[in-house]
Structures are given as C-alpha cells and as structure tokens.
Design a binder for this molecule. Structure first.
Ligand SMILES: N[C@@H](CCC(=O)N[C@@H](CS)C(=O)NCC(=O)O)C(=O)O
Length: 200
C-alpha cells in the first residue's frame, strides 16, 4: 500500500488525505514531524526537499509535491473525477494552485513568527504575505458564488486552505468579510473526508 508521509497539521497533506478519501484510495499514513529547520530523515531520504506530503509508491517511487500526488490519486480510479477533462481542467487546477498559494503565504507568515529569532523578524515580510492571503480571499469570495456542490481538487484545496486559516490564524477572522465563501465552507467542511481530517 502506498505510504504517505504527513503531519496532522499540514494543510497540503490534508488535501491529499481528503482526495484519497474521496477517491477511495487506501494509504498508509506515517506521521513525520519536521520543519524547515528540522529535517526528518525518512522524508528527506525520499524527497530531497524534506517536505510533507511525500508519497512512497509500492515500487519505491517517491511522489511530491501535493499537486502531483492529487493528480496521481485522481488517476487511480475512474470516478469520481476530481480533475476534469476539457476546458474545466485548467480552471480547476488553477484554483488548486491559488489555494495552495494562499497556504504558501500563510506558512511563510507563520514561520516568520514561530521560527525566526525575534530580533530578526521583519514586519514588512509578514505584511507582504498577508496581502497575498487577503487578495486570494477576495477572489475566492467572488468565485464561491459559483462553487455549488462541486467537489474537485480545486474546491478541496480551497476547503483545506480555509481550514488552515481557522486552525492557525483564529485571531484573523475571515468569515464576516466573505459571506459567500463562509456559507460554502460551512457545507463543504461537513463532508466526511473533510470532517475526518480536520486538524485539532
Ligand atoms: N508545495 C508543497 C508545500 C509542502 C510544504 O511546504 N509542507 C510543509 C508542511 S505544511 C513542510 O513540509 N515544511 C517543511 C519545510 O519547508 O522544510 C506541496 O504542495 O506539497
């Protein structure tokens, strides 16, 4: 069975776990604590970048990053299709990239505060990352009106990104300024795949 190196708090790994659950693909999950300044030897042996998620296939092939793994998972079973064909494909993949980009900014913002020594922290850096998050939330608020009941790698990535904001940035509430997104997320977060992977 493919082995997924993950951490329970990683939103990228959560996205992979949600996609695996939606596809009905069984994975052996291995908790791999790490950070940019504390590499995990098992993960690094498979992925020189030392990041989770990393997926080890049965033949020893390592897959990363999360977007490669979600594409691999989608190819393992014909339905449900989480990456559609045709013109919709590019919009869905771009939405996954947008949500992952929000996470990249959120992680860089968080690392600046929890990992960098206090005397070396730079408020301008954190503000620059937060501006990316604000702009992405605004774009998603417009897009959410058309999400409907879609469940694909785009909406799954958005759900995991919003879940990460709730988890790590509860002091920066986003719902009041983004009511369509908030209403969509309330329903989406109740999917069993999302509820069973919620970080706590
Ligand atoms: N682009 C990567 C990002 C993965 C990532 O940054 N994961 C974090 C945990 S949430 C990590 O492994 N950080 C350790 C590091 O940056 O060395 C993906 O989509 O998989």
């Amino acid at each position: 069975m493919p082995k997924l190196f993950y951490s329970p708090a990683s939103p990228y790994a959560r996205k992979v776990r949600v996609v695996a659950a939606e596809k009905g693909v069984a994975l052996e999950v291995v908790n791999a604590p790490l950070s940019p300044i504390a590499r995990n030897a098992d993960v690094a042996a498979a992925n020189p970048l030392g990041k989770v998620p990393t997926l080890l296939l049965d033949d020893g092939t390592a897959l990363y990053d999360s977007r490669v793994i979600t594409a691999w998972l989608d190819a393992q079973a014909p339905s449900p299709r989480l990456i559609p064909d045709g013109i919709a494909r590019w919009a869905v993949l771009t939405q996954e990239a947008l949500a992952d980009g929000l996470l990249d900014a959120a992680l860089l913002h968080r690392y600046e505060h929890i990992l960098r020594p206090e005397d070396k922290r730079w408020d301008g850096w954190a503000a620059g990352q937060w501006a990316k998050i604000t702009a992405t939330l605004e774009a998603l608020e417009h897009a959410a009106a058309k999400f409907g009941a879609r469940a694909d790698v785009g909406t799954i990535a958005v759900g995991c990104a919003l879940g990460y904001l709730d988890f790590r940035f509860a002091d920066k509430p986003w719902r009041a300024a983004h009511p369509h997104l908030a209403a969509w997320f309330e329903a989406f977060a109740a999917r069993p795949s999302m509820a069973s992977t919620k970080p706590d």
